[in-house]
Write a protein that binds this ligand. Structure first.
Ligand code: SAM
Length: 447
């Protein structure tokens, strides 16, 4: 591995403190899939729901760490002709990821210990999907990192990125600055971590970091790796929404999808109609910037980006699109969502998973529950509407009427990627639980 094009302190940190801390044994009982790497989500946004991943697909995880994305992708692509390449500077991290793959019996991953900045020179060809989550903001020059990724991204490929968000991490940077003072002259990393824990304990209630402790509790409880990554990192920067757009614009990339979109919508936060009207007149990027500022606690931006604009599947293509629950839901969830619609009175309220108190409410219209009854991940929208009509007897509603009723339901469920569209030519994928059951069975468990 060549040196000199990354900060040595970053490599050194991840050799000692691989991140995120993971116990490979957990593979026997659970499959964790980061939202960026869910192939049904990627298909929806990146490939208009038309990509059949079983017929040739090259994925790269740049800065794979201990392997969350590597495992998620390789598990979903198991038994196909697709390849998953995972690259990281840190041998310790790669070894944890390798062990996870071995426990799952995955043999479709190529491991590379290298800097992502070397990618254009490694002769590995182009990738249809690149995941680079929580990595570019640790480079000395994030734009250089983006260029290296862009060079090996296929022209119609998708880049999944997570970059830190500036305002939500204000308390983190205050702590990092504080710890740089306090840890001057500290003998070793154990002492730095011990000092950090003491400082956390003495912070006053009003302190910005203390006030976001709920967000970071997991990292702190995770032990030294989590604490080091959060509060003692040697190279770490964050982006506001305008900075994120500028970063992508300057790198010649288009933003395809901003995840957790509801948090960035001003209407999620503003109740006053006059104020909201004023804000809604702003262009999209400014509205998202306002959303970030109003939210106040967003600590990361998770996006898909691409070299060219991408269009998701069009709901009005009713004979082409199949609405399907995200594969992280099990089959029983269809019934659960149908019941939610059926039991609602005037409004159907969808709570966002992991979205704190965020929710979306839609009016309950005449046929919306009946439509949901026939959404099963296999029927096209046209077939669902035909089924609804058969149950309606006299004065059956037209496709356009049913589409108008379904659209708000789709938008609400889609805001948290619960409901996605796939072209009917693409076969459904097994659910996450079905995938895990196959692995767990090897170890005598049900998963
Ligand atoms: C915060 S961890 C994120 C790991 C993983 N992407 C995830 O989301 O779980 C950052 C990882 O990026 C790796 N890294 C940092 N700079 C890198 C570079 N120039 N090339 C390759 N990997 C790098 C580190 O070794 C570390 O494993």
């Amino acid at each position: 591995m060549k040196h000199g094009n990354y900060a040595p302190s970053v490599k050194a940190q991840y050799e000692v403190y691989p991140y995120p801390p993971r116990d490979p044994e957990q593979e026997k009982t659970r499959l964790y899939v980061p939202v960026l790497d869910a192939l049904d989500v990627l298909n929806h946004y990146g490939f208009a729901g038309r990509r059949d991943f079983s017929s040739g697909f090259n994925a790269l995880v740049a800065g794979c760490g201990t392997g969350d994305s590597a495992i998620a992708l390789a598990e979903q692509l198991r038994g196909t002709a697709a390849t998953v390449t995972c690259l990281d500077l840190s041998e310790t991290s790669l070894n944890i990821a390798r062990r996870r793959a071995a426990i799952r019996g995955l043999d479709n991953i190529t491991w590379v210990q290298e800097s992502l900045l070397e990618l254009p020179r490694l002769g590995m060809g182009r990738f249809d999907y690149i995941n680079c989550s929580g990595v570019l903001h640790h480079l000395e020059s994030p734009p250089e990192g983006l260029q290296a990724l862009k060079e090996v991204l296929a022209d119609d490929g998708v880049l999944g990125l997570m970059l830190y968000a500036a305002y939500g991490r204000a308390g983190v940077y205050q702590m990092q600055a504080l710890m740089r003072f306090i840890n001057q002259g500290a003998e070793n990393t154990d002492e730095k971590i011990a000092n950090t824990l003491k400082v956390i304990d003495t912070l006053p209630e009003r302190h910005a970091f203390r006030q976001s402790m709920d967000i970071y509790a997991q990292e702190i409880q995770a032990g030294p790796s989590g604490i080091y990554d959060l509060l003692l990192h040697s190279h770490d920067r964050a982006y506001t929404i305008p900075e994120l757009y500028a970063f992508l614009d300057e790198g010649g990339m288009q933003l395809v999808r901003l995840f957790g979109e509801l948090s960035y919508r001003p209407e999620t936060h503003i109740r006053d109609p006059g104020l909201l009207e004023k804000v809604q007149r702003l262009p999209l990027r400014s509205r998202q910037a306002v959303g970030e500022l109003l939210h106040g606690k967003l600590c990361q931006h998770t996006v898909y980006a691409a070299k060219t604009p991408k269009q998701p599947p069009e709901l009005s293509d009713i004979h082409g699109v199949v609405p399907a629950l995200a594969f992280i839901y099990d089959q029983a969830a269809y019934e659960g969502f149908y019941r939610l619609c059926e039991d609602a009175r005037q409004r159907i309220v969808f709570r966002m998973p992991g979205g704190g108190n965020l929710s979306i409410a839609i009016p309950k219209t005449a046929h919306v529950a009946l439509i949901m009854k026939y959404v099963d991940g296999r029927r096209t929208l046209g077939e669902i509407f035909a089924q609804v009509r058969r149950e309606c007897g006299e004065a059956p509603p037209s496709d356009s009427r049913l589409l108008a009723e379904f659209r708000p339901l789709f938008d609400a469920m889609h805001a948290s990627h619960a409901l996605l569209l796939r072209h009917r030519s693409v076969p459904p994928m097994p659910t996450r639980d079905e995938m895990q059951r196959r692995v767990s069975a090897r170890y005598g468990g049900a998963g």
